[in-house]
Design a protein. Structure first.
Length: 827
RNA sequence: GCCCGGGUGGCGGAAUUGGUAGACGCAAGGGACUUAAAAUCCCUCGGGUUAACGCCCGUGCCGGUUCGAGUCCGGCCCCGGGCACCA
């Protein structure tokens, strides 16, 4: 009896079976090789969207495939549950963030289960639970003890809409990463993680990740860290200023030090005010005021305009003993280097522009090889390497060698040193928000800042909270939380009311999955040593710097705190492209959102999964196309119909092997195709080339549909082809595959069965197609026995009529033979 | 400006180490079945030329290496992404 392909019915049945038999629960098995595959966990926003579906489908294919390859697979899921949207929902709709989050989790969990992902749900975690963030707080206190977490007052990024501080990584084009509001600069107290101390290791580690991570991500991290090597040099001040005898500068071009014609100080620099001489006060102070008022966005928008004022002060170039005027300039950044720069207009474009605008001298000290440059003719700075000139005893040295010589010189005279600088800033983790993990610190009137001791952890987020009022941190208004006693002296103390950036939670969750319910320590060492690191991590490229850099940092911190022995958290990284519609990101405002639930209702999970995998290579953006989904659905229907055409005719032939001598010619061809397909799909899955893996199965289906069995042995081949399709499609479309598998008469679950192997003898065709070229152009194709050698191929080529026509009596100069492939006759 | 990717039919995309460019799918056109439609099945589908077999051109552009280049080398152009007054 042939029945219609009823995806919903089949899918529900197999989901229940897998669930009941606990197929996906992972346990440590010492003798078995582990494989930890993980997708970036979701923020419980309320609905699963197509981006999630794509991410988790890819992960699920990997998990199922690796499991059938015999690996002990860990494939967990959880919730990145703290964060601002929950709090905003609370303010707007009155629901408590905890309740809102919990409801969203339950809704999204239902959706995920509907999609049939092979998660080990027993390991589910939500970062908002005290049993989770307790350990994060413990790590914080250890970091505090080691000086890796510290508090300082500084200029921070403030989002007025989210009413909180943001880390540098969370500011995109001067706007908030979450709400896109323009970010302001504010002077504030805040907690920082010393990620800069790991800058070099994060950079070096990239070498280790070279094979497993995409170049683009490593390059982005490298750019973000922004290492530059150079020198720190002291320029003596002509007269002391605020007790300082020198101006300190950082430069990557010490070789140009003889060309310094002025110095520039950032307007925000603490020395700026003291450097200004009375007669220049009026203009200078006005200038400082103006620059300080600008937001970072305005400062960027103003772009190339280089402005500044003379302070009236001078310093001395220690190399030339020249008197150097000191300026305040808007293009000098207070947050980079020392906030003071030596200016060499001849060899730096910004310095050049500023000098031109302010009538400052330009002194050439690097000459391009072989030719001179005339300062008066220069329209831009010469920034390339060259030969040092007009540089005293250093003249004649190449600029590259000169850098070293100058550094050696300043070190020997004690007026400077070799220095490396990074663009990377320390990670500001303080958030003036309620819905996050409390920073476990108290401020005692006598003892000052004190870390909460382990036995008092977790510092629980109080549930009773009022969001009404004038905004700001709701936590700071809960007196019962704020008021506490000092763990040191028992005296009066106040709690820290900032919570941690939610990126702290996501920086270590992947390790917690190893022992999610362990309550004696952050990890059960035995479990984490077995499962970690993550063998394959999968997620969107938008986290290239944020989450992926923080996690690498945090992993190294955990190692240095003795809590794990991992250097890197993710051995291999796969970044999937976005799901778009009509060339644009899916969004409510554009009205181009495709709801996964609707698609599943219409076609079933297997179709949706298959389409997502087939429509584009994983790394690329995927343009959602409803006709394409129909195509995938058609494909599954064709397999279904073919299977139920063949299976009833082979009931008596269950488990039989075809007798090769009795199989027809076309049957043998199908047998070869089938084995080639196994090889192709296996290779493709290893490389995450799901689109071509599916295409290969489609080809096999086409060939099998065309095949007309002429005998029982032919029927066995056809049956084998159906079985192969079910087996190969399993990681991608598991439900229909499991159904066909059971229809084929197997009692053991396909989910528990090993991967299918190809027969090496049967991937070689009996016949090969040899391409004949004349002068490199294809002129003919010959079908020959597969064991034909080069001589035979040559003979056949020359005997071929079509080839003869193109040779037309000319003498071949040369004949190239590629065994089993091609003959090229050169005339 | 610097650093990563990438440019192949109407579209999404295939092409081991250089060896038949366009697999597979979508869309489109034609046909079969049907009272009709849907579904299904069959055929065509890069451009030019030819009655046809064929032949010529064709993987962003220019040049090179090679018997042979989408693939390798050099020089450009364009698109996407990251960083960006970083000294």
């Amino acid at each position: 009896m042939k029945e219609r392909y009823n995806a919903q019915e089949i899918e529900q049945r197999w989901r229940e079976t897998w669930d009941k038999k606990k197929v996906y629960e992972a346990k440590v098995e010492k003798g078995k090789e582990k494989y930890y595959v993980l997708e970036m966990f979701p923020y419980p926003s309320g609905r699963i969207h197509m981006g999630h579906v794509r991410n988790y489908t890819i992960g699920d294919v990997v998990a199922r495939y690796k499991r059938s390859r015999g690996f002990n697979v860990l494939h967990p899921i959880g919730w990145d549950a703290f964060g601002l949207p929950a709090e905003n929902a609370a303010i707007q709709h009155g629901a408590h963030p905890a309740k809102w989050t919990e409801e969203n989790i339950s809704q999204m969990k239902t959706q995920l289960k509907l999609l049939g992902f092979s998660y080990d749900w027993t390991r589910e975690i939500a970062t908002c639970h005290p049993s989770y963030y307790k350990w994060e707080q413990m790590v914080f206190t250890r970091m505090y003890e080691k000086g890796l977490a510290y508090k300082k007052a500084t200029t921070v990024n403030w989002c007025p809409s989210c009413e909180t501080v943001l880390a540098n990584e969370q500011v995109e084009d001067g706007c908030c990463w979450r709400c896109e509001h323009i970010v302001e600069r504010r002077e504030m107290d805040g907690w920082f993680f010393k990620i800069t101390e790991y800058a070099d290791e994060l950079l070096d580690g990239a070498r280790e990740l070279k094979d497993g991570w995409p170049d683009s991500v490593l390059s982005m991290q490298k750019n973000w860290i922004g290492k530059s090597t150079g020198a720190h040099i002291q320029f003596p001040l002509q007269e002391q200023v605020a007790g300082e005898r020198h101006l300190e500068v950082f430069t990557t071009r010490p070789d140009t030090v003889f060309g310094v014609t002025y110095m520039s100080v950032a307007p925000e620099h603490p020395l700026a005010g003291d450097l200004i001489k009375r007669e220049f006060e009026k203009d200078a102070l006005k200038f400082i005021e103006r620059v300080k008022k600008q937001t970072s966005l305005e400062r960027i928008a103003e772009g190339a305009k280089k402005e500044g004022v003379f302070t009236g002060s001078y310093c001395i170039n220690p190399f030339t003993n020249e008197r150097i005027p000191i300026y305040l300039a808007n293009f000098v950044l207070i947050e980079y280097g020392t906030g003071i720069i030596m200016c060499v207009p001849a060899h730096d474009q910004r310095d050049f522009e500023f000098a031109k605008g302010h009538g400052l001298p330009i002194k050439l000290v690097i000459k391009p090889d072989g030719q001179g440059l005339n300062v008066d003719d220069m329209t831009e700075a010469y920034i390339e390497p060259g030969i040092m000139t007009d540089s005293g005893e250093f003249s004649g040295i190449s600029s590259e060698a000169g850098k070293e010589k100058i550094i050696e010189y300043v070190e020997s005279r004690g007026i400077g040193k070799r220095q490396i600088n990074y663009r990377l800033r320390d990670w500001g983790i303080s958030r003036q928000r309620y819905w996050g993990a409390p920073i476990p610190m108290v401020y005692c009137e006598d003892c000052g800042a004190v870390a909460v001791p382990d036995e008092d952890l977790p510092v629980e987020l109080p549930i009773e909270v009022n969001f009404e009022g004038d905004g700001g941190s709701s936590l700071s208004k809960i007196e019962s939380f704020v008021r506490t006693t000092c763990p040191n002296c028992g005296g009066k103390a106040r709690r820290e009311t900032d919570t941690m950036d939610t990126f702290v939670e996501s920086s270590w969750y992947f390790l917690r999955y190893a022992s999610p319910n362990y309550d004696k320590d952050i990890f059960d060492r035995e479990e984490v040593n077995y499962w970690a690191p993550v063998d394959q991590y999968i997620g969107g490229v938008e986290h290239a710097i944020l989450h992926l850099l923080y996690s690498r940092f945090f992993t190294k911190v955990l190692r240095d705190l003795g809590m794990s022995n991992l250097d890197e958290p993710f051995v291999n990284l796969l970044t999937q492209g976005m799901v778009i519609k009509d060339g644009a990101k899916m969004s409510k405002s554009l009205g181009n959102v495709i709801d996964p639930d609707d698609m599943i209702k219409k076609y079933g999970t297997d179709t949706v999964r298959l389409f997502i995998l087939f429509a584009a290579p994983v790394q690329k953006d995927l343009d959602w196309n409803n006709e394409g989904v129909e195509g995938s659905f058609r494909f599954l229907n064709r397999i279904w119909n073919l299977a139920f055409d063949i299976l009833p005719r082979t009931c008596d032939l269950k488990g039989a092997k075809p007798d090769l001598a009795k199989v027809s010619g076309s049957g043998k061809e199908l047998l070869i195709k089938l084995n080639k397909t196994i090889k192709k799909v296996t290779d493709d899955l290893e490389k995450f080339q799901f689109n071509t893996a599916i295409a290969a199965v489609m080809e096999l289906l086409n060939d099998t549909s065309r095949f007309k069995p002429k005998s029982d042995d032919d029927l066995i081949v056809a049956r084998e082809s159906v079985e192969t399709m079910a087996r190969l499609l399993y990681p991608m479309a598991p439900h229909i595959s499991e159904e066909l598998w059971s229809e084929l008469g197997y009692n053991e679950l396909l989910a528990d069965s090993p991967w299918i192997e190809w027969d090496n003898e049967l991937v070689k065709s009996a016949e090969i197609t040899v391409v004949v070229q004349v002068n490199g152009k294809v002129r003919s194709q010959l079908v020959m026995d597969a064991d034909s050698d080069g001589e035979r191929m040559k003979e056949a080529a020359f005997a071929d009529e079509r080839t003869k026509k193109h040779i037309s009596g000319k003498t071949p100069r040369k004949v190239i033979v590629v065994p089993k492939k091609l003959v090229n006759i050169v005339l």
